[in-house]
Design a protein around this ligand. Structure first.
Ligand code: BGC
Length: 514
């Protein structure tokens, strides 16, 4: 089994480049792609708490919310209200599948541009919405934007970054997501205090700002060397590689990119090929990572923190404030991953974060269970409510440096060029599907499963932690076009990788790694 746990795979070259200002600036701008996703994640929960918004579009929910003696667990249960939040993710799922072709054929930056553009139009529909139809059309356009950006940005960052710093650079995407969430919650905090409809209109309309940032960013960004070679611009690709690596000594990496591209040319249909046995490890991991990421239950906090805090008896203002605090903690803790992921590796963070989330979730479930029981009525004292907020912060911190950042990093770095776009699209599509499901079902689940909901997610966190331990090899410092060697050396996945893909047999690789 040793092959599964090696951190330094035998035969893998390490180019050891220095960090250049060009690659830093490029990845910094590229990471803006996470802002639209984050802004939306953060804005919806708060807006669906604003009374003028509910009165205007969801009068039934508004009435229910105001009624006294309501079962706390069921206060906000409305399928239509959750559809407002979750419709975006279905649209993102569909668009990520188209985005994969655009990313491959026209380059990563045009997918990013399209993402910003559709998000921009969506923000106008939402900010000026007069009826529920405008609201939903706007959400769908925003969703298209998110699908394009999430499909292209992580791949862009992973290809641009030097291999020894790929984790840190790719994490820029998650930093941008969380930054978007925090800014959105701060905006909600202020707009919620405005009278009439202007508050929610500002919140939804301001989505145009991150959209413009991505559009402008995408126009000035260069494309990745991998994508330039893939599209036949070999000379330009070499110059680009030399300029982002800050040296002319890039022959080895360049040759790897050329080889990867040659191999990828044999593949005419990435979608059909990803189903071949030799890509089984990548396919399974790119399906399970986003599935598990969503089953951590994080979006219960992201979307519904304000709702959850109100359920715990906080006032509307205190709820938004608490949501802001959890967002800021998540942002700070994401940097833990930025600074450690290339040193300690992906596996350590996944395993540590998983255990932390598991313990805090069980504790939250127990506390809410004791206070509200199964009937869902009762009063929670200030100290207990603060303790629950603290536990939520511990949970969010664990997520931030494990599944939050790595969910996007791992899927974008494990697939060979010929299926990379399709693999990333699969990652986004699965992620969006389960984001949709959690968003759509959470309030109903809370209403029926009550505090048991936290145990439900804890069981999944337990399973996913075991899964990582057994099935995910370490990928830190491995050049992206040499990833096949990592799979070949793994105790289980090795059997799927043909010898010619790495030039050695699985037995030899595993022997070397013991
Ligand atoms: C996840 C989102 C989540 C966000 C913030 C991202 O990595 O994909 O679903 O809302 O992190 O926690």
């Amino acid at each position: 089994m040793a092959g599964g746990f090696v951190s330094q795979t035998p035969g893998v070259r390490n180019y050891n480049y220095k960090l250049t200002p060009k690659v830093f600036v490029t990845c910094f701008i590229g990471a803006f792609g996470g802002l639209i996703f984050g802004y939306d994640l953060g804005i919806s929960g708060g807006v669906t708490q604003m009374e003028p918004f509910l009165e205007e579009f969801f009068p039934d929910v508004h009435r229910k919310m105001k009624s006294a003696h309501q079962n706390e667990y069921c206060r906000f249960d409305s399928q239509l209200l959750t559809l407002f939040t979750s419709s975006l993710y279905l649209a993102a799922l569909v668009s990520s599948l188209f985005a994969s072709t655009i990313t491959r054929v026209f380059g990563r930056k045009w997918s990013m541009f399209l993402g910003g553009f559709t998000f921009f139009i969506g923000s106008a529909f939402n900010g000026f919405a007069q009826n529920i139809a405008m609201l939903l059309i706007g959400r769908i356009l925003l969703g298209f934007g998110v699908g394009f950006a999430n499909q292209s940005v992580p791949v862009y960052l992973s290809e641009m970054a030097p291999p020894n710093l790929r984790g840190a650079f790719n994490n820029g995407f998650q930093v941008a997501i969380i930054f978007g969430i925090v800014v959105a919650t701060i905006i909600n905090y202020f707009t919620a205090q405005l009278k009439g409809n202007i508050g929610w209109r500002i919140s939804l309309g301001l989505a145009c700002v991150p959209a413009m940032m991505i559009m402008i960013g995408a126009l000035i960004l260069p494309d990745t060397p991998n994508s330039l070679i893939e599209r036949g611009f070999t000379d330009k690709a070499k110059q680009m590689l030399q300029s982002i690596r800050g040296t002319n000594e890039v022959d080895e990496e360049f040759q790897d990119l050329i080889d990867a591209s040659e191999e990828s040319k044999q593949v005419k249909h990435p979608w059909k090929n990803i189903l071949l046995p030799r890509y089984r490890p990548q396919l399974i991991i790119t399906c399970f990572i986003p599935f598990f990421q969503q089953l951590t239950g994080i979006n219960v906090i992201t979307f519904y923190a304000p709702v959850l805090f109100q359920t715990l008896g906080f006032g509307s203002k205190a709820s938004l404030l608490s949501a802001m605090v959890t967002g800021i903690i998540e942002l700070l803790c994401t940097f833990v991953s930025v600074f450690t992921v290339d040193r300690f590796g992906r596996r350590v963070l996944f395993l540590q974060g998983g255990i932390q989330m598991l313990i805090s979730q069980i504790a939250i479930g127990v506390m809410i269970g004791v206070k509200f029981g199964t009937v869902g009525t009762g009063d929670i004292g200030k100290t207990d409510a603060n303790l629950i907020v603290a536990l939520i912060c511990i949970y969010v911190a664990g997520f931030a440096w494990s599944w939050g950042t790595l969910g996007w990093l791992v899927a974008s770095e494990i697939a060979p060029l010929e299926i990379r776009s399709a693999a990333q699209a699969t990652n986004v599509a699965v992620n969006m599907f389960f984001t949709f499901l959690v968003a759509q079902l959470f309030l109903t689940m809370l209403c029926h499963m009550k505090f048991g909901l936290f145990f439900f997610f804890a069981v999944f966190v337990f399973i996913m932690t075991i899964f990582i331990y057994l099935m995910l090899p370490e990928t830190k410092n491995v050049p992206i076009e040499e990833m096949n060697r990592v799979w070949k050396a793994h105790w289980f996945w090795g059997r799927f990788i043909p010898d010619e893909a790495v030039g050695v047999s699985a037995a030899e690789m595993q022997q070397k790694s013991v």
